[in-house]
Design a protein around this ligand. Structure first.
Ligand code: FAD
Ligand code: MLT
Ligand code: ZN
Length: 570
């Protein structure tokens, strides 16, 4: 059940021929030029199975280093020479950059391309519209450096540099294993001194010692424990098992912890991007502050593959804190959710790490369509559910703070019922409810998705108005990142229906525009909203965007038909 997109293929673009295939095989090696039907079907179809292209070619560029290893097996002497040249002239690396070579060739032949990451995008941006060449970045998945390792004798600052194809969840696991597991227990008996120590991790000198002395009647225990120093990614989303960091940066993904860590515009320190003509733009800085001219990396953050292919990312990762608490709460009405948010920001301050909400309609969908999910609260008529998470460094203090806040909120009637996760498994089960909504919607049938930034006090009015407008023919659900003023308005139907769509659009965009909101808070414009950009951006801004696009990609080969209105780009 996909919705047909009425659009013309741009005749300026060439069609793939046998010479092109030969050339791509020469650049990438046979196995990275994919023409297999099954693989192409998956790469042509988006996560929602709503947008479907008809590309006959999937390219999977691999890391340059792998080519060196291959060469070394084949011709050791040549490899050694290349290696020496490479060490002496690092910029020559570009000559071996696969993405650069592929794009340079596509540009010379005027072949349109779609950059693709984990293909979890929700606006039809990650799949071809017609026969564009798909360049999937999934094989470029090396971690290049982690600051902790490089600057071992200095303070840890948590800068991760990796290739664009790294899966978000793999980066989370990598950072979680960066802890220093050294501990020393010194027992001072009157008769002598005894040490017990365990090391597992190394790099211990960079950690401050957590020293605790306990007096027992006849001996001292001195516990010198290295606190595990782990890190986290500054973003987290339900698609973490599949989405790639390059895709996250290209969509400027928000997610569940935005309220705490903020936008990728703040967390990404540097990028490497390859332009349409193959030029490699090295903006891969690792500095916190750098005001030398225009900060070009920001053009690529959120540009959805329309200005270049992101090949490497440098990102600031915050330390993983030990105390995490999660409450699953019920509220009687939307105003209570809204006031609860105001209070949470005021009372919990900087330990607040997530504030998510879902309405009872979303909850019903999850309970009906997701296996093993149950409502942790006793059955009752609750209209809204809220998840509040705190993350800090002092378990007893943080927990007391949250409990006091929840108690007070219950007393004043902002919360009708609630439960605090008792362990990590229960916390996981609470998150499954919220994270399960998109998948439940998919299972329920066809879905029209809207991802809106709106003034918090107005946000739910739109859901109610839409419900009134559509009547019982459609399920209208509202959920999202309340802490960031980001509503996910979804309309669920047994199948796609143009009459319903006609009632939803342009109403939803006009409503959002009238309230000075954004028609894309975090998912991007993709194909779905390329022609709707004017609802959120001025004519002058759109024209400047088109000029930038033309400057960086004069032939328009990068992700055509997406992001910008077709009337201005073709
Ligand atoms: P893709 O879907 O492959 O691509 C997305 C866009 O980026 C496309 O336009 C593509 O051309 C471009 N692109 C991809 N890689 C590159 C690259 N290396 N260089 C240049 N362009 C590139 N989004 C949120 O913001 N917050 C959420 O909470 C959230 N939750 C989600 C939950 C689920 C279950 C799903 C399915 C999606 C969710 N998303 C969310 C949407 C989606 O934007 C993110 O999943 C993610 O950022 C997309 O990454 P990806 O690697 O899958 O990119
Ligand atoms: C979410 O917050 O769950 C995602 O953005 C996906 C969606 O909007 O459905
Ligand atoms: Zn979201």
């Amino acid at each position: 059940g996909s919705t047909p997109i009425v659009m013309q293929r741009n005749p300026m673009f060439s069609t793939i021929n046998a010479d092109d295939i030969t050339k791509f095989k020469e650049i990438l090696g046979e196995k990275n030029v994919v023409q297999d039907e099954e693989a192409l079907l998956a790469a042509n179809t988006d996560w929602m199975r709503k947008y479907k292209g008809s590309s006959n070619l999937l390219l999977q560029p691999r890391t340059t280093e792998e080519v060196y290893i291959f060469l070394s097996c084949e011709i050791v002497a040549a490899c050694f020479t290349i290696f020496c040249i490479r060490i002496s002239f690092p910029h020559l690396d570009r000559l071996f950059d696969k993405v650069s070579q592929v794009l340079k060739y596509c540009n010379s032949r005027c072949l349109a391309v779609v950059p693709q990451g984990g293909n979890t995008g929700l606006v039809g941006g990650s799949v071809p519209v017609f026969d564009e060449v798909i360049i999937n970045m999934g094989s470029m998945k090396n971690i290049i450096s982690f600051d902790k390792v490089r600057r071992r004798l200095y303070m840890v600052s948590g800068i991760l540099v990796c290739e664009a194809g790294c899966i978000l969840e793999n980066l989370v696991s990598f950072l979680d294993n960066q802890g220093c597991l050294l501990w020393i227990l010194v027992v001072l008996f009157p008769s002598g001194v005894y040490f017990l120590a365990s090391i597992g991790g190394g790099c211990c000198f960079q950690f401050s010692l957590c020293c605790r002395a306990v007096w027992k009647p006849n001996f001292w225990i001195l516990d010198l424990t290295m606190p595990p120093f782990r890190f986290v990614m500054p973003l987290d989303l339900g698609a973490k098992g599949s989405c790639q960091i390059g895709g996250n940066v290209s969509t400027n993904a928000g997610g569940l912890r935005f309220v705490r860590y903020g936008s990728l515009h703040g967390n990404v320190l540097g990028l490497e991007a390859v332009l349409a003509n193959g030029t490699v733009l090295d903006m891969l800085g690792t500095l916190r502050k750098d005001n030398t001219g225009y900060d070009l990396k920001h053009l690529f953050i959120g540009s959805e593959g329309s200005l270049g292919i992101i090949s490497k990312v440098s990102i600031l990762t915050p330390p993983k804190l030990s105390s995490v608490n999660l409450a699953f709460l019920a509220c009687k009405d939307y105003v209570s959710c809204q006031n609860l948010l105001l209070e949470a920001k005021r009372k919990l301050g900087n330990i607040l790490s997530a504030f998510e909400f879902l309405d009872s309609h979303s909850m019903d969908l999850v309970l009906n369509h997701s296996e093993g999910v149950r409502n942790p609260l006793p059955p009752s008529m609750h209209n809204f559910y809220v998840l509040i998470e705190t993350t800090g460094s002092d378990q007893s203090y943080d927990k007391e703070k949250l409990e006091a806040f929840l108690l007070r909120s219950m007393e004043v009637g902002l919360i009708s019922d609630g439960v605090l996760a008792q362990d990590i498994n229960q916390a996981f089960s609470f998150w499954r409810i919220r994270e399960g909504v998109p998948e439940a919607l998919m299972k329920a049938g066809a879905v029209y998705k809207y991802d809106l930034s709106l003034p918090i006090e107005k946000m739910y009015d739109l859901v109610e108005e839409m419900r009134m407008r559509l009547g019982p023919a459609a399920k209208v659900v509202g959920y999202g990142h309340l802490g960031d003023g980001n509503l996910h308005l979804n309309i669920s139907l047994p199948e796609y229906d143009d009459t319903v769509l006609g009632q939803v659009e342009p109403f939803v965009y006009e409503w959002t525009s009238k309230h000075r909101g954004s028609i894309s808070a975090e998912h991007g414009l993709g194909l779905m909203k390329a022609n709707k950009i004017h609802y959120s951006k001025s004519t002058e801004s759109v024209h400047l965007m088109v000029s930038i696009k033309k400057l960086l990609d004069p032939n328009g080969i990068l992700n055509p038909y997406k992001v910008l209105p077709s009337s201005l780009t073709s």
